[in-house]
Design a protein around this ligand. Structure first.
Ligand code: ZN
Length: 101
């Protein structure tokens, strides 16, 4: 039994557990693969700011309409505290980044 399986509910798929872990540490393929690829820092085109996990889950004004169907948390702390992972996954699926996390 690994540390990660202790942290994640057993009904989550392996992919979901991976996504959840990456959201928690704020280090995802979507926001960090540029380092390995030696590319420019990814930006949110709509907001013209550096793309981060926090930007997607909390800040992005362009995603506001979709996001508020799922949650309206003001910080990652309250998000992970108050919103079940399945709801976060559904939001990520709707905006099309679940498999990019
Ligand atoms: Zn944005």
């Amino acid at each position: 039994l690994s540390v990660f399986s202790l942290c994640s509910p057993s009904h989550n798929t392996r992919k979901e557990s991976t996504v959840l872990n990456r959201l928690h540490i704020g280090h995802s393929h979507l926001t960090h693969s540029f380092i390995l690829r030696k590319e420019e820092v990814p930006v949110c085109v709509a907001c013209d700011v550096v793309l981060t996990v926090k930007h997607i889950l909390i800040e992005c004004a362009d995603l506001l309409e979709i996001r508020k169907k799922y949650f309206e948390e003001k910080s990652l702390y309250s998000l992970f505290r108050n919103v079940i992972p399945e709801v976060i996954f559904d939001f990520l699926r709707e905006i099309g980044v679940f498999y990019k996390i």
